[in-house]
Design a protein around this ligand. Structure first.
Ligand code: 0A1
Ligand code: ZN
Length: 876
């Protein structure tokens, strides 16, 4: 692993490349430990580069075998080289051909970046900087070239040979070898290069684009698992059709290939025409995948496909512009899922993720702008801020300028920047043009880190009957950004009277029309709205649909929340009311107040009986997690106190709602064949949430029902949910169920990952021992990212009382594991370590222990650049 440069790389230092690569011919001779890579580059000086500059190519961990220039072998003195670069001090002034031969060892590549082996297959991962681990190259996203790739391999070892673009030739060679030649006509940066060699099964389907192009879609998976790719194929077809209809985007090659591998650092990768996936986001069957897994497969398949336009046809000028492709593509996949499923439920789930990941990131030492202005290790910037907050910015843009101007702006973007490496400014310029509007203040969302706080103050004057609503914004300081400027915050709002009627929003404001429609923009520090003719103070529903990634303060009062829970016609804020009521009660309990929560229970009871959307009801009955509570508290966090208070609320509500919950169970008993559609999934979700809450109120009954549910379950959703409930109630029932589950699925690694995760999250003292035992389990491995995350990631993120154990035992086992993973897979180690980023929000004793744990990592002398970057920033 290369160490990060001592000096960070800065956006303001961007300079175009000194050379252009017109075409790349690659020749791979695949071999387990000595793969030979010959690269033939057609180079010329970039008129926009520095005149007379040397040619410097990037490399990482390469063995250089041979170099030739315009067909003549180069002497060793003619160039400079090290493992990290290749330099020609005086390249020809005119165009020239450079041929470089390197040797790489895919088996020794445990970083899973570059060319590596997953099981018996060869595969690549080049984003962000993996291509330089294959050959010396201009490894930067603004160096676009056309690629032709010839792959040779033993036919018995790798009957399947894939790369980007379309297949142009294939055939047999001597000695049991064979070859395939692929050509990708679309210029691309090297991070989109991909190669796969191996022996895999597949499913295929024909797709005709709206203009009549015939495309062969194929998904390659482990032999025997072909049927588990059917849902992914179905999602792919729907995504392709949707992108044609919603964004006018068509696919542009004759084939589209997806390969699932079981060793992968991230979710998936959008390589041109050859997406490579973590198999977790391809494989799904009713027996092995939950409803949430099905939804994730659909979303990730769509996400990678949508990158074909937002990322590939239009790529990023430099890695600072990562949100240009990621934020926009997440927005697109969110919209797709919203159209395929319930829009309200999708929005609620997306906001839950945003708060759980991005808000926490934004409030801690790793906070950075959606477009960072400096980095030391780019792999550490594939963050919730770049992805999820990046998507929120695109969503706000749509809200601010309206769907029509947004659609026209997208059209301009696709037309004007096709085939280029673009910037955030390029993107925004399209919308400034389509909306005829200045977007310079809006652009601050990209450059300013931190979650803005909108402070709400209300006043009702019974004499004048005027209700005034004052909104003030501020953004807390973040690392390197002390001062913040006002943002343009779109705020959707409504008012409800005591009977729950929605009031007309009449004002004498200069922007009365905008207000009447329930949408305002807070662009100055403070804005006051005055509503005349109101006999009493109404309840205010703000940030409806979560119209901006902001926090509202202070918390809304209980009476208003109960009213909104009953009457708000914005499902997001109706759900928010349930969450806010739960938060109020839990924090009151933390302060030692006695609570009965009768009114809250009544409100939920009414919601249960009136709602005809089971998925929504399930979300309203899912209370903020312990991690949510820690984030809301923000300082002096004692995870034990939060756990106890949350448990007490669930007991109270489970008890109070017993009859309603039992009715749900009766009403929603699964019948018929499993179908992953949103409506069926919603019914299962409600059934399982009801069972879990019922068990919180009555452990004995809960155990009995959960055991029965576990035994009767015919799909993984019900199976795992029942196991989760049993995991909380404990006892023999739990241990028996875990044992049976293991026996049944021992051969199925994605299911065994769930088995590891669920055990790691049991909130009991004995779990620390259990996790230590699981680390030594014969099925455990620190080398497989999914497995490592299943145990350690789940422990750190999903078991606050044990991870933050008072005696430091949770940190100890976690940090030991991170330190062991780091030399093998720095990206994985670095990402896991981010779980400690909120250490400063803990109460003093744990804060000290967590800091020591981080310091122990930082002190490892051989620490990788990636992990060092996280440890250093977290401690700064
Ligand atoms: N671009 C991919 C995610 C991805 C990012 C980095 C990787 O390696 C460091 C791998 C994949 C996506 O957004 O899906
Ligand atoms: Zn992406």
């Amino acid at each position: 692993m290369r160490n990060p440069p001592p000096q960070p790389i800065r956006l303001k230092d961007y300079a175009p490349p000194d050379f252009l690569i017109d075409s790349v011919e690659l020749f791979f001779s695949l071999h387990k430990s000595k793969t030979r890579v010959r690269s033939r580059l057609a180079l010329r000086r970039n008129p926009k580069g520095r005149s007379g500059a040397p040619l410097v190519l990037d490399g990482d961990d390469l063995t250089l075998e041979r170099v030739s220039l315009d067909g003549r072998p180069l002497d060793r003195e003619a160039y400079e080289t090290g493992p990290e670069n290749f330099k020609l001090a005086q390249p020809p002034e005119g165009p020239f051909i450079l041929e470089i031969e390197t040797l790489v060892d895919p088996t020794a590549n445990t970083q899973l970046s570059g060319l590596y082996r997953s099981g018996a297959n060869y595969c690549t991962q080049c984003e962000a900087q993996g291509f330089r681990r294959i050959t010396y190259f201009l490894d930067r996203p603004d160096a676009l070239a056309v690629y032709t790739t010839r792959i040779e391999a033993d036919k018995s070892e790798a009957p399947l040979l894939l790369s980007n673009g379309d297949l142009v030739e294939a055939g047999a060679l001597e000695a049991g070898r064979h070859f395939a030649v692929w050509r990708d006509p679309y210029p691309k940066p090297c991070y989109l290069f991909a190669l796969v060699g191996g022996d895999l099964g597949s499913i295929s389907r024909d797709f005709t684009t709206k203009s009549g192009r015939k495309v062969k879609l194929s998904i390659f998976v482990e032999h025997g698992k072909e049927a588990r790719a059917d849902y992914a194929m179905d999602a792919l077809e729907r995504a392709m059709r949707w992108d044609e209809e919603r964004f006018g985007r068509e696919y542009d090659l004759d084939v589209f290939n997806i390969v699932a591998v079981s060793d992968f650092n991230m979710g998936a990768m959008e390589n041109k025409g050859l997406n490579i996936f973590n198999d977790k986001y391809v494989l799904a069957s009713p027996q092995t995948a939950t409803d949430a897994d099905y939804a994730a497969v659909e979303a990730v398949i769509a996400h990678e496909y949508f990158h074909n336009w937002t990322g590939n046809r239009i790529t990023c000028r430099d890695w600072f512009q990562l949100c240009l492709k990621e934020g926009l593509t997440v927005y697109r996949d969110q919209e797709f899922s919203a159209d395929m499923r319930s829009r309200a439920v999708k929005r609620i789930n997306d906001v839950r993720t945003l708060r759980l990941t991005q808000f926490v990131e934004d409030a801690g030492p790793l906070a950075h702008p959606v477009r960072p202005d400096s980095y030391r290790a780019i792999d550490n910037f594939y963050t919730a801020t770049v992805y999820e907050k990046g998507a929120e910015i695109v969503r706000m843009l749509n809200t601010l300028i309206g769907a029509e101007a947004f659609a026209r702006g997208m059209e301009i973007y696709f037309t004007r920047f096709d085939g280029t490496a673009a910037t955030v400014e390029d993107f925004l310029s399209c919308f400034a043009e389509s909306a005829k509007r200045d977007l310079s203040q809006f652009a601050r969302w990209y450059s300013q880190a931190g979650t803005p706080v909108v402070e709400v103050a209300t006043r009702h004057d019974p004499q004048t009957r005027v209700f005034s609503l004052t909104l003030s914004q501020s953004t807390p300081p973040t690392p390197g950004q002390e001062q913040k400027l006002p943002l343009e915050i779109p705020i959707a709002l409504a008012l409800f009277d005591a009977a729950g009627n929605k009031l007309a929003l009449e004002t004498n404001d200069a922007k009365a029309d905008e207000i009447a429609q329930g949408r305002i923009v807070l662009s100055s520090e403070t804005r006051t709205l005055r509503f005349p003719n109101l006999a009493a103070a109404p309840s205010v529903s703000l940030l409806r649909g979560f119209s901006a990634p902001a926090r509202l303060e202070p918390p809304v009062g209980e009476a208003d929340l109960l009213r909104l829970l009953a009457h708000d016609d914005d499902p997001f804020n109706r759900w928010q009311a349930s969450q806010s009521l739960a938060l109020r009660s839990i924090f009151a309990r933390v302060r030692g107040e006695e609570r009965t929560d009768d009114a809250f229970a009544d409100g939920l009871g009414r919601l249960i009986s009136q709602s005809n959307d089971p998925a929504f009801t399930a979300l309203a009955l899912t209370f903020p997690s312990e991690a949510d509570l820690a984030r809301e508290q923000g300082e002096d966090v004692d995870p034990d106190a939060l756990h106890a208070a949350r448990k007490a609320l669930r007991e109270t509500l489970g008890h109070a709602l017993k009859t309603s919950l039992a009715k749900i169970l009766e009403r929603l008993t699964e019948q018929g064949a499993y179908s992953p559609d949103a409506a069926s999934a919603g019914r299962r979700a409600l059934h399982n949430v009801a069972l879990d809450l019922l068990a919180a109120g009555d452990g004995a009954l809960g155990t009995q029902l959960a055991e029965a549910h576990f035994n009767a379950a015919r799909n993984m959703t019900d199976r795992l949910a029942a196991l989760g409930t049993l995991a909380l109630v404990g006892g023999d029932a739990r241990e028996n169920a875990f044992a049976r589950f293991y026996e049944e699925f021992a051969e199925d690694s994605l299911v065994i990952d769930k088995w590891f995760s669920l055990q790691a999250t049991i909130p009991e003292e004995a779990t620390t021992r259990r996790v230590l035992d699981l680390l030594a389990h014969k099925d455990f491995s620190l080398s497989n990212p999914n497995r490592a995350r299943a145990l350690l990631g789940a422990f750190a993120a999903g078991n606050p009382t044990r991870f933050h154990a008072r005696d430091g035992s949770g940190y100890a086992l976690f940090v030991d594991a991170v330190i062991s993973i780091d030399p093998k897979n720095p990206q994985l180690a670095a990402r896991l370590l981010t779980s400690l980023r909120s250490w400063r929000t803990l109460e003093p004793d744990r804060r000290r222990l967590a800091e020591e744990a981080l310091r122990r990592v930082a002190a490892v002398p051989t620490l990788s650049g990636d992990t060092n970057d996280i440890a250093t920033r977290a401690l700064a």
